[in-house]
Design a protein around this ligand. Structure first.
Ligand code: ADP
Ligand code: ASP
Ligand code: MG
Length: 402
């Protein structure tokens, strides 16, 4: 079998962790399997590198930022190869250049386009364990670009797809995918299985246990994922096409604190205004999420929308620069907001799901600022300070806990 195993930062945080991972990989290697290991940077290395850059300049260039961040993964893969060598097993570390993992040009948020399989295959054929840097690709300028925070999961899936691996295992610091972040909701329940679609929603709505693009890619190429702990031998959670094991209305609750609300006040109440505002933002790469428009009065209206908090300054600047053209009288914003979402394919055919969610929020005395729904999810915007309490209330409200 060819097995791709991905270990996150906390799983390779120090010497002890590195050897634990090395031994676990060697165990499968000695059974005759081909092993490709994808690693994140050790512990909080990526955060520390970001701090280092901020210490030099508040707005470092994105290219140089990626030059810096990619060093984190290079440290963990080389140390892992040394650890395996010291245990008497041949291993080789490779980065995105050596393999050629091609990605789009967007520094800091690149998408993997194609992974060349030859070099990895060659090394596997000579019975080496191959250890690959997660989170990075090479763009058309022959530069490193990173895949967005948490992007090593996507590296693992891309490699599994390119090599037609028999298994893709994502090892982390929890036992699998839970009905909510187990660190916030202590009675969250581990799921045995979850569908790609539900996992994609949860990941996109803030459940950082998997990078959302890794789920998107796994679905596209039919890569079945297993999410499990690097610390124990528990079964973990399978992410696959259709899941009929558990007929649940709601499969999980997710929260996202990286959210800000922006309001444009007093814009003209006439056709084309919303188009102009959101087109101006889209052209500059700003992703808008929930949108709420007031009823028009005396020829004007207000539009509020949410964006990632990271994009707030850029968004305010764009709106300010285009204030007249967009007929904006005032611009308001709020950063201390967060989104809470419930996800479940079962909610489509069940009335009353939204009401139940709102009732739980009411019982916890949490005020709802904005609401957005789709067939498989409901998202509400609330005060950031309420988010953990609201998560627990909604989770209990739907009886998701143990
Ligand atoms: P890694 O470094 O292994 O990639 P991450 O920190 O990126 O680990 O992701 C694992 C974390 O995701 C867990 O520690 C947990 O706090 C968080 N998490 C959020 N939502 C969920 C969920 N629904 N199920 C499991 N973990 C979750
Ligand atoms: N090291 C990167 C991060 O911290 C990528 C990853 O861990 O997946 O975001
Ligand atoms: Mg992660």
């Amino acid at each position: 079998m060819l097995i791709v195993k991905k270990f996150g930062g906390s799983s390779v945080a120090d010497r002890e962790c590195i050897f634990r991972v090395a031994e676990r990989c060697i165990e499968d290697y000695k059974k005759g399997n081909d092993i490709v290991v994808v690693l994140s940077a050790m512990g909080d290395t990526t955060d520390e590198l970001i701090e280092k850059a901020k210490n030099i300049t508040p707005e470092p260039s994105r290219r140089e930022m990626d030059m810096l961040l990619t060093t984190g993964e290079q440290i963990s893969v080389s140390l892992m190869a040394m650890a395996m060598d010291s245990l008497g097993v041949p291993a080789i570390s490779l980065n995105a250049f050596q393999i050629r993992m091609h990605c789009t040009s967007a520094y800091g948020n690149a998408r993997l386009k194609r992974v060349e399989a030859e070099r990895i295959r060659h090394e596997l054929d000579s019975r080496k364990i191959v250890i690959v840097t997660g989170f990075q690709g090479v763009n058309k300028y022959e530069d490193y670009a990173t895949l967005g925070r948490g992007g090593s999961d996507t590296t693992a899936v891309a490699i599994a797809a390119a090599l037609h691996a028999d298994a893709c295992e994502i090892y982390t610091d929890v036992n699998g995918v839970y009905t909510a972040d187990p660190r916030v909701v202590p009675n969250a329940r581990k799921l045995d299985a979850i569908s790609y679609d539900e996992m994609l929603e949860l990941a996109s709505l803030g459940a950082r246990v998997l990078h959302n693009r890794s789920v998107e890619m796994a679905k596209k190429y039919g890569v079945q994922l297993v999410v499990r702990s690097s610390l124990n031998r528990e079964e973990g959670t399978v992410v696959k096409e259709v899941v009929k094991l558990e007929k649940m209305l709601i499969s999980g609750v997710a929260s996202d604190k990286n959210t800000s609300r922006v309001s444009v006040i007093g814009v003209d109440d006439k056709p084309g205004v919303a188009f102009k505002i959101f087109n101006t933002l889209a052209k500059k790469g700003i992703n808008v999420d929930i949108i709420l428009q007031s009823v028009g009065r005396e020829g004007t209206k207000d539009i509020s929308f949410t964006i990632a908090q990271d994009d707030l300054n850029k968004t305010l600047k764009i709106l300010e620069e285009n204030k007249e053209a967009l007929t904006i009288q005032n611009i308001g914003h709020e950063d201390s907001v967060a989104k809470i979402s419930i996800v479940g394919a079962g909610m489509m055919s069940n009335p009353g799901v939204a009401a139940k969610m709102f009732e739980s929020m009411f019982n916890a005395n949490v005020n709802i600022k904005m609401i957005s729904t789709s067939e498989v999810r409901i998202t509400v915007l609330i005060d950031e300070n309420d988010v953990d309490r609201a998560m627990r209330a909604v989770h209990d409200g739907f009886g998701l806990g143990d």
